[in-house]
Design a protein around this ligand. Structure first.
Ligand SMILES: Cc1cc2nc3c(=O)[nH]c(=O)nc-3n(C[C@H](O)[C@H](O)[C@H](O)COP(=O)(O)O)c2cc1C
Length: 477
């Protein structure tokens, strides 16, 4: 496993999964090229000699846009089937034991320092990724580190951050996110909230920062657990917060209450495929110090066309938690959980071995309630039988279209929390601050009360498939 971003990039190059590009402009070139390569399911990209910036100051994008690269990034065996990956992470997180970070005196991130008047975040190539973006976003593959002022634990979350000026960044958090709760506690005490932000770091720290781990669980400790060894951090000289020692770029600063300073954030092309949250005033971070490695690489992880599941092809950030929650609720018969759709957040599919009348419906209702966190999350919940691989969208469509009677097996339940990024929140509801929408629960399982009479499947059985393959090895290669 890789301890820093650049060794992961090096590995991608070794495996023929990286394309280097020189001379691109931060203003739309990098974003446009990123989108076109993503659409083609192309390689990861490493931009250097970016117009107007020092050689060696780099941006890397599309790094986990394919299942193969996602598996390389997170140390997952390349031949492991997708739903098994979800199960594996679920099982590991179920055994979770905190592995606290190890404090070290210094590390590569301290190779260069800017403090006081020298602080200039614009020295780094921060793309304007999409045509209608309201500014340059240095923080997309970002981790934001904060500490709860009353409880002794450190949070790390991925929240987009935009450059406001040379010494100021804004960061956007949706309702309920842990950094938002912590910073509001500081503000209630009349204090500024200490913040560390990293732009390019250990990929496992990045993925844990995007997982909705429960309140009180530190993503820094969870990363240590997933790696099997503590991550190394340096005590921030200004905030006292831990700074990942191998980060490419890290900033330390303070977020004052919005009454002191807040600035226009957005629009930003969001993962739903729209600019739904527009622009509005958001809290900022006043940067007090910037630390960076020689020749730093910014990790760009941006939503692109809706054709590409831009966040992670394998939905570690959503399906793992949903499966865990269903298990914690002692739901019997769950065989697999997967999440499809934009951001791999919207269409949850649960495969279940039906054991009693009403079982599939119970699973659907439970999943719709347990699957929460952000815009559009779990808007559609589909329950399928255990012969359907929930990761296989074609199989799910087959079940949906042939085992579901729309008259009796589809329900619409209103009033679930969505979020500002949801394009279906009307202007009137936005004005009232009402971010709730309905969810659809679909039972696409064979009806339990006549399951024995349900027509048999007409495909080759696994046994017959094997016989044919064994008998005709030459024609199948
Ligand atoms: C690439 C990516 C970008 C994200 N950007 C944001 C964001 O800008 N704001 C936000 O609130 N959540 C964003 N999220 C979701 C959060 O990172 C995620 O919900 C995480 O669990 C938040 O951490 P927390 O639970 O500690 O608050 C993003 C997730 C990914 C994968």
């Amino acid at each position: 496993m890789f301890d820093d971003f650049r060794s992961f990039i090096k590995e991608l190059e070794k495996k023929g999964e990286l394309k280097k590009i020189q001379g691109a402009d931060c203003d739309l070139d990098i974003g446009g090229i990123t989108e076109l390569f993503a659409e083609r399911r192309g390689p990861a990209l490493l931009f250097d000699e970016i117009k107007g910036y020092s050689k060696g100051y780099r941006v890397s994008s599309n790094v986990v846009m394919t299942e193969r690269r996602q598996k390389i990034a997170f140390g997952i065996p390349e031949d492991m089937p997708s739903v098994q990956v979800i199960k594996d992470w679920k099982d590991r997180l179920n055994q979770y034991q905190p592995v606290p970070p190890k404090f070290v005196e210094t590390g590569p991130v301290m190779e260069n320092t800017m403090t006081g008047d020298k602080v200039n975040i614009s020295a780094f190539p921060s793309p304007k990724w999409h045509e209608r973006d309201g500014g340059r976003y240095i923080g997309t593959g970002v981790v934001v580190i904060t500490k709860d002022p009353d409880e002794d634990w450190v949070n790390s979350g991925t929240y987009r951050s935009m450059i406001q000026d040379e010494k100021t960044l804004s960061f956007f958090t949706n309702p309920g996110k842990h950094a938002l709760i912590a910073r509001e506690k500081y503000w209630a005490k009349g204090q500024d909230c200490p913040v560390v932000m990293c732009f390019g770091q250990d990929m496992l720290l990045f993925v844990t920062s995007t997982l909705p781990l429960p309140w009180g669980i530190s993503e820094l400790e969870a990363t240590g657990y997933m790696k099997g060894k503590p991550i190394e951090v340096i005590r921030g000289p200004i905030t006292g917060l831990p700074i990942p020692a191998t980060a490419e770029i890290a900033v330390e600063g303070f977020s004052p209450p919005p009454s002191i300073d807040s600035r226009t954030e957005g629009p930003f092309a969001e993962w739903t495929g729209y600019y739904a949250s527009g622009s509005r005033k958001e809290p900022v971070v006043h940067i007090k110090a910037i630390y960076h490695r020689n020749d730093p690489i910014i990790h760009g992880h941006v939503p692109v066309t809706f054709r590409v599941n831009g966040w992670y092809p394998i939905p570690l950030h959503t399906a793992v938690t949903l499966w865990n929650k269903l298990e914690a609720a002692k739901t019997p018969g769950i065989k697999g959980v997967y999440v499809h759709g934009p951001g791999n957040k919207i269409v949850a599919v649960i495969s279940v071995k039906q054991q009693y009348l009403g079982h599939a419906k119970q699973v659907g209702v439970l999943a719709s309630t347990l699957f929460s966190g952000g815009a559009c999350t779990g808007r559609y919940v589909i329950v399928v039988d255990d012969d359907i691989d929930p990761a296989d969208w074609e199989a799910v469509m087959w079940a949906l279209t042939t085992r579901c009677d729309p008259e009796t097996a589809i329900e619409i339940v209103t009033g679930y929390l969505s979020g500002p990024l949801d394009p279906m929140i009307s202007p009137t509801k936005r004005q009232m601050g009402d971010y709730t929408t309905a969810k659809v629960i679909i039972n696409a399982c064979r009806p339990y009360h006549w399951i024995k009479e349900f027509p048999p499947v007409n495909m080759l059985s696994e046994e017959s498939k094997k016989k044919i393959l064994d008998k005709w090895p030459a024609i199948f290669g």
